[in-house]
Design a binder for this molecule. Structure first.
Ligand code: HEC
Length: 231
């Protein structure tokens, strides 16, 4: 075999070995994980199918928002069905963050309570992120240097159904943050509960009033988007 061929083969073998090693080694958990950079992506991939806004199954609480009582949502809620991952005040502390870390822990038996089997348990590294995050006081949200503002638009014409008005909305967020908000028909309001397409019902909505939406992604708000007139 020519020397150059052998050298090429050795280089190829080395490259394969190194890339396999690169895949296996997860980056270590950061010392101070934040919700936006570290925690939310892990929960989105493993937990929000049951603990988020879509396909909200069983009795599991909804914690796809850091803290629905935070100032960024002032005047938009109340978002009563959302527990929040780090909402203070529940039992005096940051109870949910601690619960999230405990329930996702594999423990000595190697079996985690969450996500429920047969789902793949969190990696040791991902669990370490949740644990470090939950031990901060408070568990940090963090901010994005260049956050995409949430946007809201009509999907179809608003429809009157008796005393109520039904509105199909499309809510978008460039960073895939969960967006919450409020849709108003004059003094009557309805709650916007999720990013994506959803139907919002405004009860006892007076006809002929301006239809306006305000949305927040927990960091930035888009207020008073005019969407037409209530039918
Ligand atoms: C397949 C659906 C499903 C998935 C996926 C899932 N959960 Fe759950 N979870 C549930 C249900 C249902 C309950 C309520 C049942 C119970 O209390 O035993 C629950 C309960 C919990 C509770 C207890 C809440 C409380 O108020 O005491 C925590 C904490 C939790 N889940 C965390 C997680 C975490 C973290 C993940 C992702 C790593 C996850 N879950 C993934 C369905 C799910």
């Amino acid at each position: 075999m020519r020397r150059s061929t052998i050298r090429a083969r050795v280089a190829l073998a080395l490259w394969i070995a190194l890339s396999a090693w690169g895949c296996a080694a997860e980056p270590p958990a950061p010392d101070r994980p934040t919700w936006v950079d570290d925690v939310e992506p892990i929960l989105r991939g493993n937990c929000f199918s049951c603990h988020g806004s879509t396909d909200h199954r069983g009795d599991g609480p909804r914690f796809d928002v850091y803290d629905p009582t935070a100032p960024a949502y002032q005047g938009l809620g109340p978002f009563l069905e959302i527990t929040g991952a780090a909402t203070p005040g529940m039992g005096g502390g940051y109870l949910m963050a601690t619960k999230i870390a405990i329930w996702a822990n594999r423990g000595p038996t190697g079996v985690a309570l969450m996500p429920p089997p047969p789902a793949t348990p969190l990696s040791v590294r991902d669990h370490d992120v949740l644990l470090k995050w939950s031990r901060q006081s408070p568990p940090e949200r963090g901010t994005r240097a260049s956050n995409a503002k949430p946007a809201v638009a009509l999907r179809g014409m608003p429809r009157r159904a008796g005393a109520n008005v039904e509105v199909e909305l499309v809510v978008t967020d460039g960073d895939h943050d969960q967006v919450l908000g409020r849709l108003a028909c004059g003094p009557a309001t309805g709650i916007i509960r999720t990013t994506g397409t959803s139907k919002v019902v405004i009860e006892m909505a007076p006809a002929g009033m301006p239809l306006a939406a305000s949305v927040s992604d927990g960091q930035d708000r888009t207020d008073n988007v005019m969407l037409g007139t209530c039918p």
